[in-house]
Every structure is written in C-alpha cells, then in structure tokens.
Design a protein around this ligand. Structure first.
Ligand SMILES: [Mg+2]
Length: 214
C-alpha cells in the first residue's frame, strides 16, 4: 500500500470542494433554518480558495494540510473557517514530514484534527454540531483499522458513521453555535456543520479509498 501521499490528499480536497459546490444551496438552506444562511456560501468560498492554493506545490502531506488550514482560516467567514482550518492545521501538526502517511497515521492525524475542533468550538457529542458527524466517523475508522481492515474499507465505514451522525442531529436541540440561540426550536432541523463534515468524510472515502490507496 502506497499510503496517503500529497496526491491522495489533493484528491480528497478536490472531492470535498466539488461536493461543497454541488451542495452549496442545500447547506445554505439548512443554515437558513437554524442560523444565518451562510454556511454553503462560506464553505464554497473557502474550498474555492483551497483549490486555487493547490497550484502551489506542497513538499509533503504536513505542508499541504497546513497550507489548507491557513487558507480556510483566511478565506472563510463565520465559525466554520476557523473550525475547519483548525482541523487541517492540527492534522498537519500530527504528521512528521512523511512523504506518505500510513493508514494509522492518517487516522491519528484526523483524530488530532477533530480534537482541535472540539477544543476550539467547545462542543461535545450531542450538541448538534460537526462533532456529531466527525466523532462517530473517527471511532468507526479506528475500529475498522484495529480489526485489520484496509484503509478504503475503514473509510467507507467512517463515512457511513458520519452520515448516521449527521442524521442524528435532526431531533437534537442545539447547545453550541448560532443555532443554540433558537433553543428548542432548533430541534427538527439537520445541522449544517454536521452535514458539511459528513461530506468531508465521504470525500475521504472516495479519494483515499475507492480510487486511491486501495
Ligand atoms: Mg452560518
């Protein structure tokens, strides 16, 4: 197995950017129900800037992840820029300049990234945020890798778990972010951040799994 190299990570970022572009209006509609109707536009602006930045060659996965995090923090307004930016910056910090990440290293880096999001957003599981998609995805990824599954299968399991976590946000009452201002009226709406986070995991399953490092 070749591992997750710069090219594989670029496929992931391109795939996520394409999903965000496709789901931009849907993400904004979800945010219109519980927030300020800018999540689709914000994420689209950020991932367009990330696509532009891919023209700058990155020496290794850490450099690419760091560059991506900085671009997201610079270009995305609202809470999602700093949160997604933190995810990629912490992922970068959890890799040590390898040319290609072993599956376990990739999983560890992703966990470090999500822990960074938790620390920054102070959100826990069940608060109706992106953590509700990301935390179950990490657990599924680790469990599958721990059971000896190859990375593509483990990422498919992670994506399934992220989708279920996203769906589970619908009945929740928001306890973090702008949606929490609505209190119990936030229940009955799928969380926009959990929705984009599930797209991020699905993009990893496609880019690093199906056609990638299988
Ligand atoms: Mg918003």
């Amino acid at each position: 197995m070749a591992g997750v190299d710069v090219e594989a990570l670029q496929r992931w970022l391109r795939g996520f950017a394409a999903s965000v572009a496709e789901q931009k209006d849907a993400l904004t509609a979800l945010d219109a129900a519980v927030g300020d109707a800018d999540h689709g536009a914000n994420m689209h602006r950020g991932m367009t800037a990330v696509l532009d930045s891919l023209g700058t060659p990155a020496a290794d996965p850490a450099a690419l992840l760091k560059q991506t995090g900085m671009v997201l923090i610079r270009s995305v307004g609202g809470a999602s820029g700093p949160l997604y930016g933190t995810l990629f910056l912490r992922m970068a910090g959890a890799t040590g300049g390898e040319g290609a990440l072993e599956p376990e290293t990739f999983a560890k880096a992703l966990r470090a990234g999500v822990e960074g999001v938790v620390a920054r957003g102070k959100a826990e599981l069940g608060d109706k945020t992106m953590i509700d998609a990301l935390a179950p995805a990490l657990d599924a990824l680790d469990a599958s890798l721990g059971a000896g599954e190859p990375l593509p299968a483990a990422l498919r399991a992670a994506s399934t778990a992220a989708d279920a976590g996203r769906d589970a946000t619908t009945p929740m009452t928001a306890r973090k972010g702008r949606a929490s201002y609505l209190g119990e009226r936030s229940a009955g709406h799928q969380d926009p951040g959990a929705t984009s986070a599930a797209l991020l995991v699905a993009a990893a399953a496609t880019a690093l799994g199906d056609q990638g490092t299988g």
